[in-house]
Design a protein around this ligand. Structure first.
Ligand code: PLP
Ligand code: COI
Length: 361
């Protein structure tokens, strides 16, 4: 399919320069938004149409809009970076476009041609390139998403969808400034079961994770660890990040993609970078009891979480019910730091990009 031309609607009410500067001086993740949004509509039989770059603003929805009832909604998260030479770049946008369609297939939604996804993301960045926050780790976080916009109450896949891209200037995801995050293992809740939607990036997965995340926060932790639904034994992932475990022999383990965790793009990137560096990476199940035993014996030296928002974040402490254990010295380990630096250097254009991950804008 050829990419339809984007219509640029006039913006009568751009946010003033001083208001923008104050908003991006120290943005809380996901709380600041730019002037524009991109919208494309889909109608069965007609395909994708009405591609527009328009003023960001409220959507008007009929109360019977399908998404409000049966939650046919998917999203992506990726960042645009300002490089040291002042230009801008996207990181692995093709992978986000492909995962978006994998999510669409699982949720019986219309697929968006990948070149159209990429074109929409580029339009969003171009419209608001002056919103880059001048802070450490600063980026434009792009949130492409799609929902069932048809108006009906029958239970079936919708015949109409709206795809949007909104943009949020962000700094670091975790604001505490602590050297490592602490995790709470959920004893009561699981995130996804075999055959379910765990591998899709759909809003419903996050809705069902919130009660466990709230419990983690209430107990003084940063993120929840989900275990598998069948045996409640194997570590799956966090509420919004994948997990990695580093051992004293230098090898690394990460849970395998069995359909119940999100196939993180950062996860795939870290696996590749670690193997490029000569490290052994095993994608294999890792049990919660083993994690505790290995941390306590010193066999496990580091653990870290990763994702677009969190980048690479060291894990310092884990709590399961009444017992807690510390990872290594409780702060960032050497392997974690090395992999994070390598990733960030590629994203910021400071290191060679042998895998062609960076799309310069
Ligand atoms: N797992 C979950 C549940 C997530 O929400 C995310 C964030 O997108 C990730 C893992 C990491 O995925 P990615 O590296 O593609 O951002
Ligand atoms: C992302 O990293 O892009 C996510 O969607 C995760 C969420 C915690 C913001």
């Amino acid at each position: 399919m050829s990419v339809p031309a984007f219509i640029h609607l006039p913006h009568p009410n751009l946010i003033a320069d001083d208001v923008r500067a104050a908003a991006i001086a120290d943005p809380v993740f996901g709380r600041v938004f730019t002037d524009h949004m991109v919208s494309i509509r889909y109608t069965e039989g007609q395909g994708w149409h009405d591609a527009q770059v328009m003023p960001r603003g409220p959507l008007s929805l009929d109360p019977a809009t399908a998404v409000l009832h049966y939650a046919q909604e998917i999203f992506e998260g990726l960042k645009a970076y300002r490089l040291d030479d002042g230009s801008m770049a996207l990181f692995r946008v093709e992978a986000n476009a492909a995962r978006f369609n994998a999510s669409a297939r699982r949720m019986a939604m219309a697929e968006l041609p990948e070149d159209l996804f990429i074109a929409a993301v580029k339009e969003a960045v171009a419209a608001d390139a002056h919103w880059f926050p001048p802070v450490d780790g600063g980026a434009l976080y792009l949130r492409p998403f799609m929902f069932a916009s048809e108006v009906f109450l029958g239970v079936k896949p919708a015949a109409e969808y709206q795809f949007l891209v909104i943009t949020s200037p962000v700094g670091n995801y975790f604001k505490s400034g602590a050297p490592a995050i602490s995790l709470w293992v959920s004893e009561d809740y699981t995130r996804a079961a075999p055959g379910g939607t765990g591998a899709a990036k759909c809003g419903g997965n996050y809705a069902s994770s919130l009660v466990a995340q709230r419990e983690a926060i209430a107990n003084g932790h940063d993120q929840v660890v989900f275990l598998d639904a069948a045996e409640h034994r194997w570590i799956e992932e966090l509420g919004g990040m994948n997990m990695f475990f580093v051992f004293d022999d230098g090898s690394i383990v990460t849970p395998p993609l069995t359909g119940t965790i999100l196939p993180g793009i950062t996860r795939d990137t870290i696996i590749t970078l670690a193997r490029d560096a000569g490290l052994t990476v095993r994608e294999e199940p890792y049990a919660i009891d083993q994690w505790q035993a290995d941390a306590e014996s010193g066999k496990l030296t580091e653990s870290f979480a990763c994702g677009t928002a969190a980048v690479v974040t060291p894990v310092g402490k884990v709590t399961r019910g009444e017992s807690s254990f510390t990872i290594g010295a409780g702060g960032p380990g050497q392997v974690t730091t090395k992999l994070k630096d390598k990733l960030v250097d590629i994203q910021r254009g400071r290191a060679a990009d042998p895998h062609g991950w960076v799309t310069r804008l």
